[in-house]
Ligand binder design. Structure first.
Ligand code: ADP
Length: 365
């Protein structure tokens, strides 16, 4: 079965085509390498789109003037069966398209075949994920136009957290908030779920026996507490702004700060911009949202870069503590995403502060 996957973001479209062997559909084994992968990076200010396509040990890079997103996406998808990167004989060999959709609200607890009603719900939920859901929906509609006969499936970032207890999901504001849907949803669920399954496999233990904390540390960062294969707590909340400090997002801050800023005359849009784009590693360092750049600045003696790194670590430890308390124990600590995967220094700094919990780092490994 060939599945094309689209992760549609505001500045990029990432696509992968996987040939899923029979019997694999119910759970991951070792990570499956895609047959074909493509990325479109949109640079509207420079009126340019960078396209990278990889297939069968062949990498193909081009830069184009921006045409419509649909035209560019259609031409990239066509390289699946046309030209040097072709891995299929025709579009007919694609059995389904999977879309990452950020917010499924309380409407979706698992993946769903996309219909007009599903699209209307994703659109309605844009109110709660204005940066993500409209772009995800646009991706679905683009794909429907390019591959009209192929079933499209929405896979929600919120779904893995949808079994959280009411206690974990409720914000201690007025109860009416909960009734209005203002509650913790949690995000990055697709990553947290995969990591939980894969960790159980690598540990060679049933997932149902494990208490896991999963640290998804990328530009967006969140932690989850996974017990018996279910997310029972997570740091992101009603929106992907809650919880841990991130690349450009603040994570949790005293809500009184927002009231203070509003009283000083700042608008909702201005505060939104501050919290989502001007905060986190970038806001504190004043240099970059990228930990690699911050690391180099620390080496050059930049004190705000040091503060940004130390604050990130401090916040990460606080989030970790709260996840471990929810789990009442810990069998494995898992790191993933850009920082989690590529920063051994940060992993070591976290683990060395957890020796009293029985974590001992093997420096050689
Ligand atoms: P996104 O949330 O955008 O999907 P990623 O998971 O790709 O983000 O993570 C991107 C971030 O990972 C970068 O902004 C950078 O901070 C971090 N990163 C990537 N490689 C390294 C590295 N070698 N060392 C430290 N941080 C890294």
């Amino acid at each position: 079965m060939n599945i094309l996957v689209l992760n549609a973001g505001s500045s990029s479209h990432k696509l992968c085509c996987y040939a899923i062997p029979d019997g694999l559909i119910d759970g991951p084994t070792a990570p499956l390498a895609p047959l074909w992968a493509a990325q479109l990076d949109w640079h509207p200010k420079q009126e340019r789109v960078d396209i990278n396509i990889e297939a069968s040990h062949l990498t193909y890079q081009t830069h184009h003037a921006i045409a419509t997103r649909q035209e560019r996406l259609a031409s990239v998808i066509q390289t699946l069966w046309d030209g040097p990167t072709a891995v299929l004989s025709s579009a007919k060999e694609i059995d389904a398209v999977g879309h990452r959709v950020v917010h499924g609200g309380t409407d979706y607890q698992q993946s769903v075949v996309i219909t007009a009603a599903v699209k209307a719900t994703i659109d309605r939920l844009s109110e709660w994920a204005p940066v993500h859901n409209p772009i995800n929906l646009e991706g679905i509609e683009l794909m429907e136009q390019v591959l009209p006969d192929v079933p499209q499936v929405a896979v929600f970032d919120t779904a893995f957290h949808s079994q959280m207890s009411v206690v974990a999901a409720t914000y201690p504001g007025p109860y009416a908030w909960f009734e209005q849907g203002i509650r913790r949803y949690g995000f990055h669920g697709i990553s947290h779920q995969y990591c939980a399954q894969r960790a159980a496999q690598l540990l060679n233990r049933p997932l149902a026996e494990l208490r896991l904390v999963i640290c998804h540390l990328g530009n967006g960062s969140s932690l989850s507490a996974v017990k018996q294969g279910h997310s029972i707590d997570t740091t992101m909340g009603f929106t992907p702004l809650d919880g841990l400090m991130m690349g450009t997002r603040s994570g949790a801050v005293d809500p009184g700060i927002l009231v203070h800023l509003m009283r000083q005359g700042q608008s909702a849009d201005e505060i939104d911009q501050l919290l989502n784009q001007e905060s986190g590693l970038k806001g504190i360092s004043g240099i970059s949202n990228d930990l690699r750049v911050i690391k180099r600045a620390i080496e050059d003696g930049n004190p705000r870069a040091s503060l940004a790194r130390d604050l990130y670590l401090h916040r990460l430890k606080a989030c970790l503590g709260s996840m471990i308390m929810s789990l009442e124990g810990l069998d494995a600590l898992i790191f993933t995403a850009g920082i989690g995967e590529h920063s051994p220094e940060l992993r070591a700094a976290v683990c060395s502060s957890m020796a009293y919990l029985g974590i001992a780092l093997d420096e050689k490994k």
